[in-house]
Write a protein that binds this ligand. Sequence first.
Ligand code: FAD
Length: 485
Amino acid sequence: MSKIVILGAGISGHVAAAHLRRKLSKDHEVVVVSPNSNYQWIPSNIWVGIGRMKSEKILFPLAPLYKKKGIGYKQAKAISFFPEGDKKEEKPYVLAEYVTGNNKGQQEKVTYDYLINATGPKLNFEATEGLIPGKNKTYSVCTYTHADHAWEGLNEVIQQMKSGKKIKILIGTGHAKSTCQGAAFEYILNVEQELRRHNVRDMAEVTWISNEYKLGDFGMDGMLLSYGSMTMKSHEMVEMIFEDRDIKWVLGAGVNKVIDGIAYYENLEGEHKAETYDFAMLIPSFSGHGFKAYDKNENNITKKLFKGFMIVDADYTPKPYEEWSVKDWPETYQNPSYKNIFAPGIAFAPPHAISKPRVSKNGTAISPAPPRTGMPSGITAKLVADNIIDSIKSGKKSLNHKGSMGNMGAACIASAGYGMTKGSGVSITTYPIVPDYEKYPKTQGRQLGKTFGEIGLAGHWLKLALHYAFIYKAKMRPFWWLIPE
Ligand SMILES: Cc1cc2nc3c(=O)[nH]c(=O)nc-3n(C[C@H](O)[C@H](O)[C@H](O)COP(=O)(O)OP(=O)(O)OC[C@H]3O[C@@H](n4cnc5c(N)ncnc54)[C@H](O)[C@@H]3O)c2cc1C
């Protein structure tokens, strides 16, 4: 009998738990340890943040589902890792602390045979002074509670505009090294559309602020796209969209401090500037959770497991940008020191950024960290689960399932507006996520045809369809596994 412990019940942890439970007999134990009582479909937070979808629609409680499916569940947070056990406990374990109920504050050694760390990112608001969701007129849409607050804030300024006040809206990244430009891009398009719906568009100045060097970088170094029968650079497409919608932009900006209504930033020229606003949604930087790890004798071995995020089978040798290769990216998400530990989704440490790193004239690094979108999070979780399943079933270690972000695609479907006929969408699909300059030397490392941009209602429908399909899948309704990751 094997016991598989999964930390985190986000896209990656939940996908891993579902596949493990479906494919392994009940002799084997599958246990999820996660602090949030709910599963949330994060991409739909965008619609919660414009007041067009209630947060209840994008979440459901985990405990009843896990009980029904025979998945163990501890509403607790992992604190530290003991991959060799300790002086008293023979088995490897994770020290977890309960976050609710009678056990709140109690710690437990959760032992395992296999461990999947799917804890995603820490939303590192603290890295930017004053950037606190719901305070200083800045908001976030990274969780459903943040998105609820964002709608409250946005609604307030919409009401002010209705009573005649001119308003400034600022949306983008809230740190020099933030990622998730795609989510902010989607939000700005939705907000802009909402202002029109409320007949207050002429009362608002809408500005995009970002650490990107060029528009449409998205932390993926931009891309050359097929657009209808043309090819187009992603910055040209996003410029066209922003110009069409009268959205201003500030680029190469590392926001470093926020006070009530003012975002301070440094730009690549080394200038210190500020943007004023009445409502801002700024994505924080992401970091690892700061977990510690100890060996059997309780010596600190954190460096064997973590490099911010978790160390996996990537090539972490520091190299100049010109020598970065798609081959540096991991394929099995297995920790090299402890082969029964895996980290799919956002939890693994990337070998390097994807966008060209840039530094301001003062030496401040200002460029996007690599994006880690939902599709690769699901795919990597499934492949990790499949390797564990094969190993358990065959009785010998198996790593036959592989997948790198150098052979996976990402779809940024930025719906703009909500409703079956009123919405429109901007879809940008990229393949592969990490450019492969050997395979696709003439098209900036990407395969044209599989890397394309589209504007129109179809993208919006697709986003809505994905919302329903993925919530159906996450609820493990009949034949859920037929829906791909
Ligand atoms: C607003 C927004 C919109 C997005 N839109 C899209 C989109 O349209 N398409 C797309 O592909 N991607 C999108 N993304 C990205 C996508 O949401 C992420 O790639 C995905 O959620 C990552 O999955 P994950 O499981 O690795 O991490 P998460 O989903 O962040 O899950 C991490 C889990 O770990 C848990 N956890 C945290 N700390 C601990 C701890 N100490 N112990 C145990 N558990 C812990 C958390 O509670 C959570 O359950 C969007 C992201 C945002 C913020």
